[in-house]
Design a protein around this ligand. Structure first.
Ligand code: BGC
Length: 876
């Protein structure tokens, strides 16, 4: 194995594998591009750098080994050659940042360094950080929402917001009456590291006070994955060049507010009222209640001094916070460690809030939390880890995405919880922590690896079924109309008005017309049922939801005597750039193709699923929902006569009249604006409207191919009696790809999967890679600061299994048609389908499967019998 070794004694001395030694003396940028180019052209496999070298590039701090790793996709590590193997193995498991990059960059790193467990999410800030434009410490609890009114353009608007809970992680030092923290002291060094394997977040920093006193600080943070109500923080410091008096302060701060999203800052942001504040030496307790939803957040923290007693601890109470102050006489070069463990509970207004006896609060130490959490993480990785060979950076990003999905929802965190997975995880406040159709992209991850989580997630919807029926009734429909944006009570939470940050004006927001949300819920119920056969769930909840959703669509479909087909009007598809027809007074569009085809699927599925229940069971749910046989017959009729517009090349119009819209001068806008993801905002600021143009934010008609195989979509079209040419998928992809600006991160994954379906592997790989990097590189210019994009993260984990390993879990038999990307030598993963655990390994030549029970699968259309606990290998 060849390596290079770069020595950094003053100059960069490079030892190339061929024995040559070279001293680099050009500018930084020249050295970097020379090195990256040579490493690639000489096919060098990796290297060591004798020490950390930090440099600034494009306003960011980089470390040389990490930089070379990311640029060349080969392992580079700091340290001795003998450490190489051990350290190189760690690369895909660690996310590291160097230096301090205030504002949006910090916010976005904090999102990506969030620790959590499905119940809580703690943004990746250091313990001393305060809410500011540069940093945003926040604690989120799944399902913690509150509604307050805000004055916007002369009227009061109401939003259910995702509440930032009181901050009990706070710890800092006071030296010579000055607070030692990152914003107010010189930062001599800073490194953050998140270990994705066990969720341990560590910070290493050296600060210098105004009078030159240097302190090295190391802090650590974990959210306990085993006992999901606990998180722990540790704070160590070493005075480097002085001895003397310092005060260590630990705080429980109830004076918090929502501040994560810049464009919401003019809206009301205070959601909590501290209802009880108690302190007794090393234990504090803070209870705060949301001011309208009446949810109580109860937190208790236990502080520990690791090398010394807390006898001198002094408690100082202020109106909404309590401080525990520990005076210390410190010695130069000696390390002092404090840690605290916090217990978090949440009580809905109908729950009884537990009394707190401070004396009785016993909480595990940091290490005990870490040990318990490590074990839980180990089990999670065993089930969800995707292991690829041949592509280091993709492996790292797959790990990053798996980690963040488990932070957003986990088996322990979500059991018994009335919450679903928010579009932006438990990581930020964009979209106010609301729950969208993104579940469609997110749930397959859990269905495949942790099917037990899906039941509580779907129950979140079931618990809001009555509200969905009420909302349908209010606008003249029957059945259940689930909201586009959902949070606490299940009412529609989409905004009426939306701010265009480019023009600074508010515009009517019709996104609630994306009624296809209920079809996403139906799809997830079906996928869960199909892959678990959880009959009791279906009997108690699933079937009822499916029938109520179907009833809604039955009531929305209107017969058109002219076309002799049914129309569904006043809806929007996933492409949010199109809300209504040009110049139209009414909102919404007619016959959105994706929606109509999904309705056909749902009606087909209901006809089929009927046979999977006993007549009595089915009749019971029919009675409960009012979906009688006559209505089922009507659905059968609608599913054969819904309307689509298809041109003579087989391109399916996104909605009726789409082809008449104006073409956009893409060249012009690309030249003028560079980044044209949000073409709607650009057009709006020019006094135009995206409604008038053939420009899509994301996949719309094409979405149907994400949900179903080509065969199934062809069946839907056939059922509707539409003829399309054999290459219609390719035609549709080419047509819409040329008219899509990818303004949503969900867009690329759909196109990537579709490109593979039509055999365009290069395009598929390029789009997949862009999607894979979308949060890590924050490609939407700052949106990661407001939370991760759980939908795209989940989809980037699904595509390797479905598109690349070729797994299809939608048929009666699990099937594989492998199509590994050139850059990957192999992929290995585990899944659980209908109670059988499978370990699957796919290379470019073979596929090996080990199931826990004897079963059949299909590999490239051939039936293969698999024996229990034996590995079967097929050369394909
Ligand atoms: C996308 C929606 C998505 C929402 C939340 C929007 O930008 O257009 O499809 O549901 O973000 O992630």
């Amino acid at each position: 194995m060849y390596h290079i070794r770069i020595e950094t004694t003053g100059q960069w001395v490079v030892h190339w594998p061929n024995g040559n030694t070279e001293i680099l003396s050009a500018s930084l940028n020249e050295c970097l591009s020379y090195l990256t180019k040579e490493i690639k052209t000489q096919s060098i496999e990796g290297g060591t750098i004798d020490q950390e070298i930090l440099f600034e590039k494009d306003g960011q701090t980089f470390e040389l080994a990490q930089y070379l790793t990311e640029e060349t996709n080969r392992p580079f590590v700091c340290g001795k050659a003998t450490d190489f193997d051990t350290k190189a193995k760690q690369i895909p498991w660690n996310i590291e940042y160097y230096g301090y990059n205030p504002e949006k960059n910090e916010y976005s790193q904090e999102s990506l360094l969030t620790v959590g467990n499905g119940f809580i999410g703690l943004r990746g800030t250091t313990p001393e950080m305060e809410i500011s434009d540069n940093n945003y410490p926040a604690l989120y609890l799944a399902g913690l929402y509150n509604e307050v009114g805000s004055q916007v353009a002369d009227k009061t608007i109401y939003n259910e917001d995702f509440v930032n809970a009181p901050n009990l992680q706070k710890m800092y030092l006071v030296l010579d009456d000055q607070r030692i923290d990152i914003e107010n002291n010189q930062i001599l060094y800073m490194k953050r590291q998140l270990n994705l394997k066990n969720g341990l977040l560590s910070f290493y920093y050296t600060l210098q006070s105004d009078d030159g006193k240097k302190i090295a600080i190391q802090t650590k943070k974990i959210a306990n994955m085993e006992n999901v109500h606990q998180y722990a923080v540790s704070y160590s410091f070493t005075p480097l060049n002085f001895s003397g008096e310092v005060t260590f302060i630990s705080e429980a701060d109830g004076d918090v507010y929502n501040y994560n999203v810049e464009r919401y800052r003019s809206l009301s942001s205070r959601h909590l009222q501290v209802s009880k504040l108690q302190a007794d030496k090393d234990v504090v307790s803070l209870l705060a209640k949301t001011n309208t939803s009446n949810i109580t957040v109860s937190q208790q923290a236990k502080l520990r001094g690791c090398q010394h007693s807390l006898d001198d601890l002094v408690i100082e109470k202020q109106s909404n916070k309590v401080m525990q102050k520990v005076p210390l006489t410190v010695k130069k070069q000696k390390t002092y460690t404090f840690e605290k463990t916090v217990l978090v509970n949440q009580y809905r207004k109908e729950d009884k809030v537990a009394d707190i006896d401070l004396q009785a609060v016993t909480l595990p130490t940091f290490n005990e939390c870490l040990q318990a959490s490590n074990k839980a993480w180990e089990n999670l990785w065993e089930k969800a880890g995707i292991h690829i060979t041949g592509d280091l950076m993709s492996q790292k990003l797959l790990n990053l995405h798996t980690y963040h999905l488990l932070v957003s929802a986990s088996p322990k965190g979500n059991q018994g919880l009335d919450a679903s997975v928010a579009a932006r995880g438990l990581h930020g406040e964009a979209y106010r922590g609301h729950i969208f159709w993104d579940e469609l992209f997110i749930f397959p991850f859990y269905i495949l690896h942790f099917p037990e989580i899906i039941k509580p997630l779907l129950l979140y919807r079931y618990n809001r079924l009555e509200m969905a029926k009420k909302e349908a009734k209010e606008v003249g429909y029957q059945g259940a109309m689930f909201p586009w944006q959902s949070s606490l009570d299940g009412s529609e939470q989409s905004q009426d008005l939306h701010l265009n940050p480019i023009s600074g004006t508010w515009k009517k927001d019709n996104s609630r017309l994306q009624r296809h949300i209920s079809l996403a819920i139906a799809y997830n119920i079906w996928l869960y049922w199909h892959n678990t056969q959880d009959i009791s769930f279906m009997k108690d909840y699933g079937l009822e939801m499916l029938l109520e959703i179907a009833l809604f669509w039955e009531s929305a479909a209107v017969y058109n005597p002219t076309t002799k087909r049914y129309d569904i009007d006043h809806v929007m598809g996933p492409d949010e750039f199109h809300e209504s027809y040009p110049e139209a007074k009414e909102s919404g569009l007619k016959n959105n193709a994706y929606t109509n085809m999904m309705v056909v699927w749902l009606f087909e599925e209901i006809a089929r699923i009927k046979n999977e229940f006993s007549t009595t069971d089915f009749a019971t749910i029919q009675k409960k929902t009012g979906v009688n046989d006559q209505l089922l017959e009507k659905m059968d009729e609608i599913k054969r006569q819904l309307s689509l517009e298809i041109d003579n090349k087989g391109v399916i119009a996104q909605f009726d009249g789409y082809f008449e819209l104006k073409d956009l001068d893409w060249q012009h806008y690309k030249q003028e604006y560079g980044n044209i993801y949000r073409m709607d905002r650009i057009l709006n600021a020019e006094g135009k409207s995206a409604d008038d143009y053939k420009v899509a934010k994301q996949a719309d008609s094409l979405m149907i191919f994400y949900n179903f195989s080509k065969e199934q979509v062809s069946t839907i079209l056939k059922d509707l009696d539409y003829q399309v040419p054999a290459d219609y998928v390719q035609k549709n992809l080419n047509y819409y790809l040329a008219r899509t600006s990818h303004g949503s991160t969900l867009s690329r994954v759909v196109h990537a999967q579709l490109a593979a379906m039509v055999g365009d592997q290069d395009l598929s790989w390029q789009l997949y890679q862009e999607a894979l990097y979308s949060d890590y590189r924050d490609i939407q210019g700052g949106t990661t600061a407001e939370g991760i994009h759980a939908g795209v993260m989940a989809a980037t984990l699904y595509i390797p299994l479905t598109t690349f390993a070729g797994l299809d879990i939608r048929k009666d038999i699990i099937s594989f048609e492998p199509n590994l990307p050139q850059s990957w030598s192999s992929i290995q993963f585990s899944i659980t389908i209908r109670g059988i655990d499978f370990i699957i390994f796919v290379s470019h030549e073979t596929i090996s499967i080990t199931p826990t029970q004897t079963t059949f699968v299909e590999i490239n259309h051939e039936n293969v019998e698999l024996s229990a606990n034996e590995q079967t290998t097929i050369t394909y």
